[in-house]
Design a binder for this molecule. Structure first.
Ligand code: SI3
Length: 319
């Protein structure tokens, strides 16, 4: 049985994996990264080695070391450290799951295998069950991200009866925009026993539909702003929640048009936090100087960046 833990809720930062210019992992800044999330962004949960963390581009040994560093540095500072342990090889995934349990992580998550793909719900759940069984004491989350895995089995189908197969099942990270599917997951979750975490940073729609929390890349540097959405939603001030959402979207929409992914997230995080995230690993390509300059200008115009070097306050600023 999974150890009873407080339900994962609120914002969860999908962490980046800091790298040196030579492409090695820069473990030395993870402690600083933890402090930044907690103190500057008000984010106390992390999702490590996922999409944003380039988990699938790291070796197994690197994934173990990154997980270990987050757990160590996060001790007594972070509420929960969830480790993504998905891999194409079931054995590797099980090894990572066991390791997460040994180091004292708070949960594990797994994506659908995406080379040889499960062709139906039962096959997918069998795969997930085998991984979960390697760390039965850890809360288990299914990481649904069909656009990247190509596995289009609906999340509501996966959830149906899943706890009978996976006793440690604790929730879903829903990285998709199909609100019918997400709504069905919420509707099924009658006893509210599962954490249903929205994985797309246009968060308000997920909250309205019943998300209990959210995992995302932008919470690394817009956590404080996004927490304002959660707070307004909590006090039923929907108009303010929408204003905060639109304000954040002005930035997301801007960078999406420039071409936005993990490399660009690394550049933005470096800019906003001052912590060097370095380049991504191939096949991803480092963000261009042009992208970083445009993103910096937009962040300043929205007052998302330190105003110390601002000459005058922009009237369109989101504060
Ligand atoms: C495909 C992707 O990278 N999605 C991001 C989002 O946070 C995304 O950057 C955001 O919604 C941008 O609109 C997260 O869901 C990724 C994530 O949670 C992870 O790193 O595991």
């Amino acid at each position: 049985m999974a150890t009873l833990k407080k339900k994962l809720q609120g914002l969860v930062a999908a962490t980046l994996t800091p790298m040196t210019e030579n492409g090695e992992i820069n473990f030395s800044v993870i402690g600083q990264y933890v402090d930044y999330l907690v103190k500057e962004q008000g984010v106390k949960n992390v999702f490590v080695n996922g999409t944003t963390g380039e988990g699938l581009s790291l070796s197994i040994s690197e994934r173990r070391q990154v997980a270990e560093e987050w757990v160590t540095q996060g001790r007594n500072k972070l509420d929960q450290v969830v480790i993504h342990v998905g891999a194409l090889s079931l054995k590797e995934s099980q090894e990572l799951a066991r390791h997460a349990a040994e180091i004292g992580a708070d949960g594990i998550a797994v994506i659908a295998p995406f080379f040889f793909k499960p062709w139906n719900k039962d096959v997918l759940v069998n795969f997930l069950r085998e991984v979960a069984a390697a760390a039965p004491s850890l809360p288990f989350y299914y990481y649904h991200i069909p656009a990247l895995t190509g596995v289009k089995i609906r999340a509501e189908e996966v959830l149906d009866g899943i706890q009978d197969k996976i006793p440690s099942f604790q929730g879903l990270k829903f990285s998709d925009t199909d609100l019918l599917d997400f709504g069905q997951c919420v509707d099924q979750n009658h006893q509210q026993q599962f954490a249903l975490l929205f994985g797309v940073d246009e968060l308000l729609s997920g909250l309205v539909m019943g998300a209990t929390g959210a995992v995302g890349s932008t919470y690394n540097y817009l956590g404080k702003k996004t927490n304002q959405i959660l707070e307004a939603f909590e006090r039923k001030d929907f108009s303010s929640a929408l204003n905060y959402q639109f304000c954040i979207q002005r930035f997301i929409n801007f960078v999406v048009k420039l071409g936005f992914g993990v490399a660009q997230t690394k550049a933005i995080m470096t800019l906003v936090s001052g912590i060097p995230m370095g380049p991504p690993r191939l096949p991803l390509q480092k963000a261009t100087r042009e992208f970083t300059d445009h993103a910096a200008a937009k962040l300043k115009s929205l007052d998302f960046l330190s105003t110390a070097d601002l000459k005058g306050r922009n009237l369109g600023a989101c504060i």
